[in-house]
Each structure stands twice: as structure tokens, then as C-alpha cells.
Design a protein around this ligand. Structure first.
Ligand code: SF4
Ligand code: SF4
Length: 431
């Protein structure tokens, strides 16, 4: 698509907005700030003004478009079906093309392109993290010893530990089905967070799949899904990483592709379509994207829920934006929870409301993201459950930070960890 087509598409989208203002009642950023210039309709209007030549895409405009979590709540709830989140993403891309990226993001996203270097960087980071971040006594993560300006890591922010043993070093490329006969091959896209931060959730995914008779392959050449880069407007890095992943997947003979982080899943499922529209790999992506499923979707469709054993936990569930609105995953985790004997599941209020993480949003606008998070934490605490379950690593980090700062005893778990525990209990019961 050339620039002219792009502008036409943007124009067609902006004219759909009737300025009714319904999106004000749903946008978490507006609800937290109460400023008209943060509303989806105001952002659509700004893009219209740029297209009409009334406004310039100046660096000063960057902050306006950056103040969006890309939570998709506006798009889903807009009667005129304005795809505001996509408009915002396109505006960010144009702004970066015109004015460049900020130097910190530029360095970070350049690092993502070099898979081995990135891996070395994070492994070295794991070794030296104690120098800069001290571990919290409650084991939930670390806080900076001194504030790190411009990093979004003020002294109070709780960040997770980087693992010394990334997931892809713990598990082999080929993980054989634990049943006499294999049902087929599943490619597991681990993403960065399960690899470097939450490997236990990744191990749970592999156990779930192999227990249910699936061979699991974990391609070594997979790299970051690209979400941090393309959501920041760096579509070139996003495209580079998308191509690298599609090339890596194409070499494998797999029946399904499973993800366990909503941002990775949504990227593979739909965002790559935008990034690769002019790439020679777009047809490969089309074929592969039809195989992509979140672990909870896969379990409901291809695993045996009758083998769950007693799991006497008390949980509530947070719908990650990219799962519920990006991948249409909402009923599946609930179906799973209801199938686990002994599990007490209580819905929280507004379970599908954004937690305020928004990937790099919480680094840039930490205080605002905490304010948005506070509503989520109130709703979690009101359920009086012991665990909150999520299917997105970014949400997991942000909710853990919030709960830790409130000294709340509630723990955060990944959906895959719950499923894995239920299967382990079932095994003990001889199921
Ligand atoms: S984006 Fe949709 S909900 Fe918001 S003002 Fe425009 S038409 Fe109304
Ligand atoms: S995507 Fe979410 S944060 Fe962004 S404008 Fe829409 S509702 Fe607001």
C-alpha cells in the first residue's frame, strides 16, 4: 500500500466518527485523566485535521498519540465501528517515519533485531540484576535501588526477576508426546516474557500439550514478536521481526501454533497482516496465522478436560485486552475453570477492562498506568479470592506490581499454570 492509499484509508476511517462521545465512557485513559484531548474521538479528529492539512505531524503531537493503551475498548464499543486503535497506530508509525524514535526505544528495538545479542544481553542482565535492583522479601520481584531517570523505573516500581535459565534453555527443541501415539505437532511460540521472565508458565504449557498427546517443537530461531516496536511506531523493526518469525515457522512442519502471551498471539494472528502486507512472506503468514491459538483455546478444542483433578484454589480472572478483544478469547478460560473440580472461580467486576499496562505505556506514563491499574486492583480485591489468573505477561507484571504496592496477599498466576496443576492433580487421581 502506498502513502496515498494509506491516507485514503485513514480518511475513510475518520469520517465514520460521528463525534457522539460514547467512547469517553469506555476509554481507560480518559476515565483516569478526564481530558477531552485523550479521548478516542479527539484522536480521530486530530488525524482528520492532519489529513486536511490543518495540523502538522509535529514531535509535540507524539505525546497525544502515545497516550493510548491500544486496549481496543473504543473500537469494540463504537457504534460507527471506528477503528481508533488502528488509526492511532498508523499515526505513531507516520510520526516515527517523520520525526524518528526516541533514542532509548531506538537502541532497544535495534537490539531486538539481533536475536543472539539480545539473548546474551538479557542473560547478562540476569546475572547483574542484583546490582541495580534489590529483591523484595515477598518474592514478587525487584525494585530499583536508586531511581533510574527516563526508564519508567522509579524506585517504587516492582519488576519481575529475569531468569538465569531461560525457557528455551530448559526445554529441548523437540518435546515428545507423553502418550503412546502422537496426535500431531504443535509449534510453541514462547515470546520473550515466557522465555526470560516467566519460564515456569512456559514449562506448564509444554506439559499440558505433551500430556494430551501432542509433540511440541520450540524453534530456536524464533525471536521477539515485535509488539513493543510496532506499537511504538517502529513498523520497520516490527516487519523485520515478523519476517524472521514467519521464516522460522515456515521451516517447521506443524499442525498448530500455540502462544501463551496475548500480545504475541495477537501479533501473529492479525498485526503481522498489516506489517507484511507488502512482503513476499504475506502468503506464508496467511497460511500460518490460521494455525495460531492461545493455549486456553487450544486446551478447549484439542485437550481432554475430563482429566482434570481436584484443585482447591480460589481464583478470579482478568481478561487481557489482546486476548478478549484481539484474539476473541474469553469463554475458553472460564470453560476450563468450570471444568476443574474443587476450583472456586469468582468473576470480578469489569474483568475485561484494561489493567493499564499497555506494554511500553506503563514505562512512559507510569503514574497514569497505576491510576488505571487501581480500579482493576479494587475489583480483584473485592472478589476476596486468593489468586488472580491472567493470560498476558504484561498484565501479570503490572497487576503484580500494583498488588505488591498495596501489600495485598493475592498472587498472580498464568492460566496455563492453573491448567497444568489441574492435570497434575488428575494424574495423581489416576485420570
Ligand atoms: S469514535 Fe465512535 S464512539 Fe467515539 S465519538 Fe466517534 S463514533 Fe462515537
Ligand atoms: S485503544 Fe483504549 S486507551 Fe486507546 S483510545 Fe481506545 S479506549 Fe482509549
Amino acid at each position: 500500500m502506498n502513502d496515498q492509499d494509506n491516507c485514503k484509508e485513514l480518511e475513510q476511517e475518520t469520517v465514520k466518527c460521528s463525534r457522539c462521545g460514547n467512547c469517553r465512557s469506555i476509554c481507560p485513559v480518559f476515565l483516569a485523566e478526564n481530558k477531552e484531548n485523550t479521548t478516542p474521538r479527539s484522536k480521530a479528529r486530530m488525524i482528520e485535521a492532519v489529513l486536511n492539512g490543518e495540523l502538522e505531524l509535529t514531535p509535540g503531537m507524539q505525546a497525544r498519540f502515545d497516550k493510548c493503551l491500544l486496549c481496543m475498548a473504543c473500537k469494540t464499543n463504537c457504534g460507527s465501528h471506528v477503528r481508533t486503535d488502528e488509526l492511532i497506530l498508523k499515526a505513531r508509525t507516520k510520526l516515527v517515519k517523520r520525526n524518528g524514535l526516541n533514542p532509548i526505544k531506538k537502541a532497544a528495538f535495534t537490539g531486538l533485531r539481533y536475536r543472539k545479542l539480545f539473548d546474551l544481553g538479557l542473560r547478562t542482565g540476569a546475572l547483574f540484576q542484583s546490582l541495580i535492583f534489590k529483591e523484595l522479601p515477598d518474592g514478587r520481584g525487584r525494585v530499583a535501588r536508586i531511581p533510574i531517570p527516563g526508564s519508567g523505573l522509579n524506585i517504587r516500581r516492582v519488576i519481575p526477576n529475569l531468569t538465569f535459565r531461560p525457557l528455551r534453555t530448559r526445554l529441548p527443541y523437540f518435546n515428545k508426546a507423553q502418550t503412546p501415539k502422537s496426535k500431531g505437532r504443535v509449534l510453541f511460540f514462547t515470546g520473550c516474557t515466557l522465555n526470560y521472565i516467566y519460564p515456569q508458565a512456559g514449562e506448564a504449557v509444554v506439559r499440558i500439550l505433551t500430556r494430551n498427546g501432542w509433540d511440541v517443537i520450540i524453534p530456536e530461531e524464533q525471536c521477539c514478536c515485535g509488539t513493543p516496536a510496532f506499537t511504538s511506531g517502529d513498523s520497520e523493526t516490527g516487519k523485520f521481526l515478523a519476517e524472521q518469525n514467519i521464516r522460522s515457522f515456515s521451516k517447521e512442519n506443524c499442525d498448530h501454533i500455540v502462544t501463551a502471551c496475548s500480545s504475541c498471539g495477537e501479533a501473529l494472528l492479525s498485526e503481522y497482516g498489516h506489517l507484511l502486507h507488502d512482503s513476499s512472506l504475506v502468503d506464508d503468514w496467511h497460511e500460518l496465522s490460521s494455525k495460531v491459538q492461545d493455549i486456553s483455546q487450544f486446551v478447549v478444542q484439542h485437550c481432554d478436560l475430563k482429566r482434570f483433578g481436584q484443585l482447591p484454589l480460589e481464583i478470579t480472572y482478568h481478561d487481557a485486552c489482546h486476548l478478549v478483544r484481539g484474539m476473541n478469547v474469553s469463554s475458553q478460560p472460564r470453560q476450563i475453570f468450570k471444568a476443574i473440580p474443587g476450583l472456586k472461580f469468582v468473576e470480578m467486576k469489569d474483568a475485561d477492562r484494561c489493567c493499564g499496562a499497555g506494554g511500553t505505556f506503563s514505562a512512559v506514563y507510569y503514574e497514569l498506568s497505576r491510576k488505571i491499574n487501581d480500579k482493576k486492583l479494587d475489583n480483584i480485591e473485592a472478589t476476596d479470592m486468593k489468586y488472580v489468573v491472567v493470560g498476558c505477561s504484561s498484565c501479570r507484571m503490572h497487576i503484580t506490581d500494583g498488588l505488591s504496592q498495596r501489600n495485598s496477599p493475592i498472587q498472580v498466576l498464568h492460566t496455563a499454570e492453573i491448567i497444568d496443576m489441574a492435570y497434575a492433580a488428575g494424574e495423581k487421581e489416576g485420570k
